[in-house]
Design a protein around this ligand. Structure first.
Ligand SMILES: [Zn+2]
Ligand SMILES: [Zn+2]
Length: 280
């Protein structure tokens, strides 16, 4: 696994590779804009050029872009749905310009409309995004969720249904968030449960669709359906669960991104803990 973290773009996107290096990242995840706003600032050409050259200079592999938290492709509110579709269509283009292949997003919340209609709306929205976006290479990556409230994506079946409905399968993928799947009821704490969870993912979705992993421990218990990230090894998953991920040959080239609390120092500590789990 190529290890890294979600890195700030404070002061401009071109700073992210420097922050990533300071944090000892081999790869990074970034927002390309303020994640709490719909506003999409133009990507300045100089900024893009510097970002790319700094990524190379600092030996940081392109990882993932994380979409805005406002995006909800399952929304029954036509205004929010429209904004969400436009936002992701543009994020694909922005990621491509930055040389990043993956745009990770949370599938959406149905807000009482029902799971089936929510899933259908997500699938239809993704088709529209692909037909609308000028991007040719970047893919949309559905993130597994903890299943808080009415969010979809807490069952592998949800993600499989969406993936199967998309025509352009080269451009869709899935990101496992260890905290989220654990909170959703998929155990990974010992070898048997880990293998069971991964083979279930393979059977239901297909491992070829797994493009990234978010490495977060969980403050909450198995099946709590609550999304509360914890430092690696300090939560309810524990170190053993992470040792399976970082040593799994199948995931050798996947970005493994931390989204743990504790800022840069926390990331550095967690990265060193994860690296310490790797068996050479
Ligand atoms: Zn995540
Ligand atoms: Zn989370």
């Amino acid at each position: 696994m190529v290890l890294g973290a979600h890195i700030s773009i404070a002061g401009g996107i071109s700073n992210a590779p420097i922050y990533g290096k300071d944090t000892t990242c081999d790869t990074i995840q970034i927002f390309t804009k303020n994640q709490m706003q719909w506003k999409i600032p133009v990507l300045n050409a100089d900024e893009v050029r510097i970002f790319k050259s700094r990524m190379k200079e600092n030996n940081i592999l392109p990882g993932t872009v994380h979409s805005s938290y406002l995006v909800n492709l399952a929304s029954a509110d036509s205004n929010i749905l429209r904004r969400s579709i436009c936002d992701l269509a543009q994020e694909l283009e922005r990621a491509e310009v930055l040389g990043i292949n993956y745009v990770v997003f949370h599938p959406g919340a149905h807000k009482g409309e029902g799971e089936e209609s929510g899933l259908k709306r997500i699938s239809d929205s993704i088709k529209e995004i692909f037909s609308m976006s000028q991007s040719k290479k970047s893919s949309l990556i559905l993130e597994t969720t903890a299943g808080e409230g009415t969010t979809l994506g807490y069952k592998f079946e949800h993600l499989a249904e969406i993936v199967d409905s998309v025509n352009d399968q080269e451009r869709i993928g899935v990101c496992i968030d260890t905290c989220h799947i654990f909170a959703a009821g998929y155990d990974i704490r010992d070898e048997i449960s880990y293998e069971r969870t991964i083979s279930e993912f393979d059977r239901i979705i297909g491992l070829k669709f797994l493009k990234a992993v978010h490495l977060n421990d969980s403050k909450k218990e198995l099946s709590s359906r609550m999304d509360r990230h914890e430092e690696i090894g300090c939560g309810k998953i524990g170190l053993k669960g992470f040792s399976f991920f970082v040593n799994d040959e199948r995931f050798k080239s996947l970005p493994g991104i931390l989204e743990t609390p504790g800022g840069t120092e926390g990331y550095k500590k967690n990265l060193s803990v994860l690296r310490g789990l790797v068996i050479h």
